[in-house]
Design a protein around this ligand. Sequence first.
Ligand code: GAL
Length: 695
Amino acid sequence: MAASRDDDRIRPVRIDCLAFGGDYNPDQWSEETWHEDIRLMKEAGVTMVSLPIFSWPQLEPEPGVYDWRWLDRILDLLHDNGIRIDLATATATPPSWLLRAHPEMAPWDAEGHRLEFGSRQTYCPSSPIWRENVERMTRAMAERYGAHPGLAMWHISNEYGDHTSRCWCPESAKHFRRWLQDRYGDLDGLNEAWGVNVWGQRYTSWDHIETPRKAPGPINPTKLLDFERFSSDALLELFQIEIDVLREVTPDIAVTTNFMSMFRDLDYWDFAEREDVVTDDAYPDPADPTSHVGAALNYGLMRSLKGGRPWLLLESSVSATSWRDVNVPKAPGKIRVESLQAVAHGSDAVMFFQWRQAKYGQEKFHSSMLGHRGERSRSFQETKALGNELKRLEAVRGTRVRSRVALVVDWDSWWGSSAVESLPSQRLQWAQQARAWHRALYSLGHAVDTVRATGPFDGYDLVVVPNLYIVERPQADALCVFVERGGNLVVGPFSGVVDATEKVHDGGAPGPLRRLLGVEVDEQWPLADGLAERIDYAGRLLKVPHWAEWIEADADVEVRGRYASGVLEGLPAITRRPSGEGSAWYISAKLEHDGLLTVFRDILRCSGLPARDEACVDAEAVTRADDNTDYTFLLNHGTEPVAFSLPASGVDLLSGNEVADRVELGAFGVAVVVSPRAASVPFITVTTPSAKERA
Ligand code: GAL
């Protein structure tokens, strides 16, 4: 793609404290209200707000006619009161006049319907008109406010792909063709890559290639995969257009775009490379009592996207959202533990959507820092307490999370195994598999980083690959080197199946991982819904729902678990091959949580890593550190008391109390224990309540 990076410099966010605040929409309120906002923001300890994200129509009411006055006034007011500004380029959504003048700029769905104005993100990412206007607006904003003393960083667009991550319109088709030409050179290259002799799909002209709109039957899988890659790149180009303008006009100001946690549609590795700081919007579902486990993985991704650097939680909800079918509020105390969980995982910010709860529009039932009852609202009381408490954690700003375990996140494999209709089974899903493996490691006491399939793996003792459908040589080589040098690798089912054009590797799975793992997959063996097989793992029977594989293992492979039922009975199921200084494991089946706990406890111990005897999903411990000091966050996400055993005593930054080697926390309790940096990553066990497995 054409986009380029001008340099590798990381520009700092211009704020000298942990950021606390939220999205701010002053253009929905009178100026009188602004003064009340400022007073209450200061009371609540707000240090940064994000604006004017959706205000393009208010800033340019007619083509070329700008009205900066209201924004000038509110930015000055914020700055005069010491509140830093995460300044949006206001390009998150187009004004109606732009769309009416250029209806061809609207996105199309897969059935060929043009989407109507009246919501947000009504644009085709490939539209030249949209791109031109985005560039113009970004330049206008940068020239107007680039030197504003309150400017902390640029907030580009908003949640790319939230509503429009794929577009099937004729302009996208043109862009898709150009993207394919760059990738494959000529039509022969494309025909070869897409395997067009199947079902008679040979192309004789580039013009014959459309976006993969609805077709009579299953669509060519490589075309679908390329469309996923293309669509992520199309938004990346849009991002780069704004970055280029901002780098030109304000070369020293940090840029970001807010991510949506582990979002399928965009390859965030690519996006993060181009920005100065990773920012995330996190909305764990309060209806799910274990949603903090998923949040831990999302945050692991956020800190890993820029090699462990601190990131910023830019949006979260104080209580209920308004976009779920049922929007469950958060119990008192939950917002505190959830916010501090993000800080534990490397965020230098706690921010919300939004400051003042809307009075009208699509999001009026979405909770906010200042609820409809104003100062008296519980949301204000809780966030005010949180904002003021956060000041005690200033010392953790800039520190990094310590972790010895990483999980491979690979968008290509995610897309390859989910965009396609023609698979052995739809019951083995990348995201579900990644979350299940992470949950086991989390429950056994580890904070898990994420990493690309090509590494870098330095500093990790254990790398887990829950599912890597697409494998090419560079990934296989990187994983091999990791193991040779003493690393422990665990690869999950349906990995190494195809190459980057979705052609099955010669000899079948696990393709280029064959030698490293010492196994060959003879046949994928999906199980019918409702049926389950068993694996005998050192005398324990583990349940296998949905997915098994007929595998054969080399002589130098240790078979740790065998199928114990069904047609596969007696065949290897879970294997370990010592290689170089390390070892390479293969888990050929989908396992339930209990089974994963058993297997990963064994893997951790064989890798020289600790594992909790009592797996507790509510008790989380994460350590951030600088060169001299460990800051160990202890979090009780549940309502039952839990007790943590620490390897060393220290001081709790939140309470100011000295703590010995045991800390007991009640419902939603948090402690942040500061102690001298330990030689190895502190491992915290959980000793109560009643020693039962609650994971
Ligand atoms: C985010 C979005 C915000 C707001 C919020 C509500 O996805 O960036 O503008 O809509 O959700 O949860």
